[in-house]
Ligand binder design. Structure first.
Ligand code: CDP
Length: 224
């Protein structure tokens, strides 16, 4: 890790789809007065750009070139890809189908990890959520949380959010993405050895956030 990271306050929230990462990370960022970054939206944005240009998500060279050239802004829930508002479309079925293939590409990961570090440095820290924040992007984060939930509950939550999809479709998409994300060679989804695992099954958002804030109090280094 870089020496400059020591001064930054970084909270890493990793975990599979539907585990509650986005809601929890946003609420936590609010409570702590930190910026919030949804890194999944960045991978979705690259998949969106590849599809929009008629590219092949399986092509390693094509896809990483697009990731490198892309103008990408992710802020306050709005995602601009080459100046186009892609906030809604990146959550659609076509992007959800392609995103895990695009995210398994080491060239794409290299580019996005570098942009995520830069985004965080510019803001002096943040709450970042994704799959590899505590393992790769910020291995020295102040606190690493690995959120999980029972697969049926994860699919139920996601099906509620996305109104045009039914439960079976969502469950199938989540389990397919989980398999690709955990099975890929480049930065797979895995619990960091020093992450605190929080199972959100049956817990309210408030309960999860309070639990994390409690952990943070204990993890807080003595002021120097
Ligand atoms: O919101 P949901 O959990 O469904 O997924 P997401 O956070 O929007 O991420 C979409 C996809 O991007 C994941 O299934 C991963 O393939 C990829 N991703 C990743 O590889 N690394 C990250 N740090 C974040 C997302």
């Amino acid at each position: 890790m870089n020496g400059e990271d020591v001064a930054m306050r970084v909270i890493a929230i990793d975990g599979p789809a539907g585990s509650g990462k986005s809601t929890v990370a946003k609420a936590l960022a609010n409570r702590l007065g930190l910026s919030y970054l949804d890194t999944g939206a960045m991978y979705r944005a690259v998949a969106f750009a590849v599809l929009r240009r008629g590219g092949d998500p399986e092509s390693l060279d094509q896809t990483s070139a697009i990731a490198e050239q892309l103008t990408l802004e992710v802020d306050n829930g709005v995602v601009l890809v080459d100046g186009v508002d892609a906030t809604i479309e990146i959550r659609g079925q076509a992007v959800s189908q392609a995103v895990s293939t695009v995210a398994a590409n080491p060239g794409v990961r290299r580019e996005l990890v570098s942009r995520q570090r830069e985004w965080t440095r510019e803001r002096g820290g943040g709450v970042l959520e994704g799959r590899d924040i505590g393992t790769v992007v910020f291995p020295n984060a102040e606190l690493k949380i690995y959120l999980t939930a029972d697969p049926a509950e994860r699919a139920r939550r996601r099906a509620k959010e996305v109104t045009d999809l039914d439960y079976e479709e969502v469950a199938a998409d989540i389990s397919r993405r989980d398999a690709v994300d955990t099975g890929r060679e480049a930065d797979p989804l895995v619990e960091a050895t020093d992450a605190v695992v929080v199972d959100t099954t049956g817990l309210t958002i408030e309960a999860v956030v309070d639990r994390i804030l409690g952990l943070l109090d204990r993890a807080q280094p003595e002021p120097s």
